[in-house]
Design a protein around this ligand. Structure first.
Ligand code: SAH
Length: 370
């Protein structure tokens, strides 16, 4: 039936409010929320500790619906990539990356992206729309069920998804309204119950939204820096023309102060001959030295039509060493899932309809090239 309320959209406070609006007792929300997120249940009949009358009512007016899976790819290294259906020819990608001590789910926040970073394949797709909170949460909810099923474990087993990173398609801070409730659901101890240091939002640098974020949630922050000076960064990450590096860093330190956070992770994609010289490393060290910063060097992942090449490993290691010699913490990101195009920056999904570009341009005054 159309018009049912999708409960994946609701944080616990909102679910409580909604149940009260339906004439129900507020405490029912906690039970319902746990059934949905911790046990991965979508069938109201199975929620046996809810009164039969409430279950019947929920069947009439509500649903628990994640986007449908269009395809699933499994990499030789254990990485899993799903393409989810988000309507009329549009698809978004979600990637699960298992490691010895953790399982990280990389989720998308928008269908496409307006930011136009020159080295990112999502940018080439153009932009269609923001995902709803239910579509963002639904990626985690469904991945949890799928992974539990394939491992023969219980849904919600806390060994499956230990970390969530908003590093898939889209700019999460450009979809603030829906990303914030989704993060609350990830963190809620009756929801996915993931600790605040294990939910990471990655942004290309929407400065005003970083200040807003500091007021609304408590999660780890990663920033796509990619260059040590404004001239170069403006070429790679065009939003830098609007909010420069100095403004961006100020927002990052403010975020940490407000959140009592330990450090900000700065992502730096290693592009052969572009931003990977030792003098770039020295300039970067100067920029970040003495601040609570970690640097994550990402070997560039190529995609069809790109003008860039990945820096050779020796160059990346030299760059890391230059940073470490200057007292910075720098790591090289392991490339995972590249045999199934699931590595950073390779998520293309499907954006066949690019007509809904207004949102991006109006809200952030960006040039949209769809
Ligand atoms: N829009 C957000 C989150 C998505 S991208 C952001 O910009 O942070 C996640 C990370 O992958 C970002 O640091 C992004 O710059 C990086 N990335 C994009 N394209 C890449 C590519 N082709 N190879 C390696 N990393 C890439």
């Amino acid at each position: 039936m159309e018009g049912k309320t999708n409960l994946l959209d609701f944080t616990l406070p909102r679910l409580t409010e909604w149940l009260v609006e339906q004439g129900e007792k507020p405490f029912r929300a906690r039970q319902l929320f746990q059934w949905i997120h911790q046990r991965g249940v979508d069938d109201f009949d199975a929620m046996t500790d809810l009164a039969k009358s409430l279950r019947e009512k929920l069947k009439d007016i509500a649903e628990v619906t994640a986007p449908a899976i269009l395809s699933e790819h499994r990499s030789e290294d254990g990485t899993v990539k799903w393409l989810f259906d988000v309507g009329i020819g549009n698809g978004i990608e979600t990637v699960f990356i298992p490691e010895e001590d953790r399982g990280t789910l990389c989720i998308s926040s928008q269908v496409g992206c307006v930011l136009d970073c020159s080295f990112c394949s999502t940018a080439q797709q153009g932009f269609n729309r923001n995902l709803t909170a239910a579509e963002i949460v639904g990626q985690v909810w469904l991945a949890n069920r799928e992974l539990a099923g394939s491992l023969g474990w219980k849904v919600g087993d806390d060994r499956i998804i230990t970390n969530i990173v908003l590093m898939g398609m889209g700019e999460p801070l450009a979809n603030f309204r829906n990303v914030i409730p989704a993060i609350h659901i990830f963190l809620d101890d009756l929801g996915f119950d993931i600790s605040r240091r294990r939910v990471t939002l990655s942004t290309s640098g929407l400065v005003p939204q970083i200040y807003k974020l500091a007021e609304e949630v408590n999660c780890a922050l990663a920033v796509s820096l990619h260059a040590p000076n404004d001239e170069l960064r403006s070429q790679l990450v065009p939003i830098n023309r609007k909010h420069n590096i100095a403004e961006l860093l100020e927002a990052c330190w403010h975020y940490l102060d407000e959140q009592n956070g330990r450090s900000v992770t700065f992502e730096y994609v290693m592009l052969d001959g572009v931003n990977d010289r030792p003098e770039h490393a020295r300039e970067l060290a100067q920029l970040l030295r003495g601040h609570p910063a970690k640097i994550n060097l990402i070997p560039f992942n190529p995609f069809p039509g790109t003008q860039y090449r990945r820096s050779p490993l020796a160059v990346i290691e030299r760059f890391r060493d230059e940073l470490m010699q200057r007292g910075l913490i720098a790591t090289i990101r392991k490339t995972r899932g590249d045999d199934i195009d699931a590595a950073c920056g390779q998520l293309a999904g499907q954006v066949t309809d690019r007509t809904t570009v207004r949102l991006g341009s109006k809200t952030f005054g960006l040039q949209v090239r769809a």
